[in-house]
Design a protein around this ligand. Structure first.
Ligand code: TMP
Length: 220
């Protein structure tokens, strides 16, 4: 039985997950809570190697099934080596993306069977899942505009940049959005939809209240 809290952040491109994860981590640290911020695909040396194969434009031309299995191979390493040990030590693990991203991107976005993903999920994770999932929701065109601004700021236009999925068109990103909303409808006890068009500080405020409630406190 884990004692910690497993929080995941989900959403399309440009939803502001990184900013929120940073703000929530600082806030929890300030309360003396130990936090492990991490991400998927990735979070361990092996899983980061798989990340390169999955998210870079030149990472490989995988079949849809192989791609899903690679995401779960990375996830298994991450859960075994990082997430479960941290939870057992009572820490809060905050993960940037998890299985809901595989559902949204590979199934709702790319048309892979949701049933296949859920079956692999059950096999690999059994009943392990996040305690709470924040889905940062905004229209696809707004998210894409934000992520394009970020790409031009960091000047990444080379073939090895991590934008294999970001480069897809607005129709794909709208399907993702609908996918995340459907996931939240199916699991309302775990998922919270957050309006990501709000200012970053209002979003953080909303999330803090929900985490406090989940931790059974109200201190700050
Ligand atoms: P990031 O941009 O949030 O770092 O995520 C990396 C990319 O990988 C992003 O475009 C979403 C994609 N992705 C999937 O397609 N399936 C998954 O299961 C995960 C975790 C990420």
């Amino acid at each position: 039985m884990s004692k910690g809290l497993f929080i995941t952040f989900e959403g399309g491109e440009g939803a502001g997950k990184t900013t929120q994860i940073r703000a929530v981590t600082e806030w929890l640290n300030g309360k003396g809570v130990e936090v492990v911020p991490t991400r998927e695909p990735g979070g361990t040396p092996e899983a980061e190697k798989l990340r390169d194969l999955l998210v870079r434009r030149d990472g490989g031309n995988w079949t849809a099934e192989a791609e899903v299995l690679l995401f779960f191979a990375a996830r298994h390493m991450h859960i075994t080596d990082v997430i479960k040990p941290a939870l057992q030590e009572g820490k809060v693990v905050i993960c940037d993306r998890f299985t809901d991203s595989t559902r949204a991107y590979q199934a709702y976005g790319h048309g892979q069977e949701l049933e296949f993903i859920n079956k692999v999920n059950d096999l690999v994770l059994q009943d392990f899942k996040p305690d709470i999932t924040f889905i940062l929701d905004l229209p696809a065109k707004d998210g894409l505009a934000r992520s394009e601004r970020r790409q031009s700021e960091i000047g990444s236009d080379d073939s090895d940049s991590e934008d294999r999925f970001e480069k897809l068109d607005v129709t794909f990103h709208e399907k993702l959005r609908q996918g995340f909303l459907e996931i939240a409808r199916r699991e309302p006890e775990r998922c919270v939809i957050i309006d990501a068009l709000q200012t970053p500080s209002s979003i953080t405020k909303e999330i803090k209240v929900l985490i406090d409630k989940k931790m059974g406190g109200n201190n700050g």
